[in-house]
Design a protein around this ligand. Structure first.
Ligand code: G3P
Length: 222
């Protein structure tokens, strides 16, 4: 039996056409199947219009962003109440493709805590992670924007920074994750070795010809 990795894998569907609408549900079902087979926790982060996939699968679903406003006259905003109602267990916050000021991050974390929604807050530097950690999110994800979608893994290119990032959380309950360029079992194993508890992955799995095969390779190295 191949040694299973104990890790959290968040698959960020982003706005890729391969993970939108009917294809979002299809990929979410693939993630559910691999999670069931490997017993590894796979979480999917989907576009707001696709959060309802949560009603059709048994693995956790995240939004990719929420706004902090209360319900009312806020046309076009995505509210925590709405993603919760649609079935999300939480949300990404401050992804490098959707950056927010610290005061906005603080308001979002506060609003999500009231609704028991998990917040996975992204940081593009160890320094920024140190600042955001004070807001006590559920998890933090370190991503180096220039490595995103390159296939050059943050764990291979910036191991010392990943290690420094993960060490920020040693004495806290905040879960450290990392992402950007992760595209192989080795990249994932290195993330765990450097102290992270999981990874955020997107293009390598979402844009793969055989999404299930790539996902299984990440987790089981086969
Ligand atoms: O949220 C994770 C994402 O930004 C990483 O992207 O394509 O490098 O796996 P990718």
């Amino acid at each position: 039996m191949v040694k299973k990795l104990k890790l959290i894998t968040i698959i960020n569907f982003k706005t890729y056409k391969e993970a939108t609408g009917a294809r979002a549900l299809k990929l979410a079902q693939v993630c559910e199947k691999v999670s069931k087979k490997t017993k590894v926790k796979i979480i999917v982060a989907v576009q707001a219009t696709d959060i309802s996939v949560a009603k059709k699968i048994k693995i956790p679903v995240l939004a990719q962003h929420v706004d902090y406003f209360e319900q009312g006259r806020h046309t076009g905003k995505i509210l925590p109440e709405v993603i919760k109602e649609a079935g999300a267990v939480g949300t990404l916050v401050n992804h490098s493709e959707n950056k927010l000021p610290l005061k906005t991050i603080k308001k979002i974390i506060k609003r999500c805590k009231v609704l028991n929604l998990l917040t996975i807050v992204c940081a593009s530097s160890v320094q920024q992670a140190r600042q955001i950690a004070k807001l006590k999110p559920y998890a933090m994800a370190y991503e180096v924007p220039e490595l995103i979608a390159t296939g050059k893994s943050i764990t291979k290119i910036k191991p010392d920074s990943v290690k420094a990032f993960a060490s920020l959380f040693k004495k806290t309950r905040i879960i450290p994750l990392c992402g950007a360029g992760i595209s192989s079992h080795e990249d994932v194993k290195l993330a765990l070795k450097l102290g992270c508890k999981g990874v955020l992955v997107s293009s390598a799995s979402v844009k793969a010809k055989n999404q299930e095969k790539v996902l299984r390779e990440f987790i089981l190295g086969i």
